[in-house]
Design a protein around this ligand. Structure first.
Ligand SMILES: [Zn+2]
Length: 58
């Protein structure tokens, strides 16, 4: 699970890895492209997350 801000709902939402469209890395910052449960697509940046936290093994 990860927390993201949904601009459509105007609030923080908790989403599972199933909502992740893609993950990019820029130095120690991870950029997660996601689709919210309401259908909104957005991006969240987080320094604390690691790939192992997001992507299931295998
Ligand atoms: Zn939403």
């Amino acid at each position: 699970m990860f927390a993201a801000h949904c601009p459509t709902e105007g609030t923080r939402v908790l989403l599972s890895e199933r909502h992740i469209l893609g993950v990019d890395f820029d130095d120690d910052v991870v950029e997660i492209r996601f689709r919210c449960r309401c259908g909104t697509r957005s991006t969240v940046r987080d320094r604390r997350l690691r790939p192992a936290d997001l992507l299931p093994a295998g």
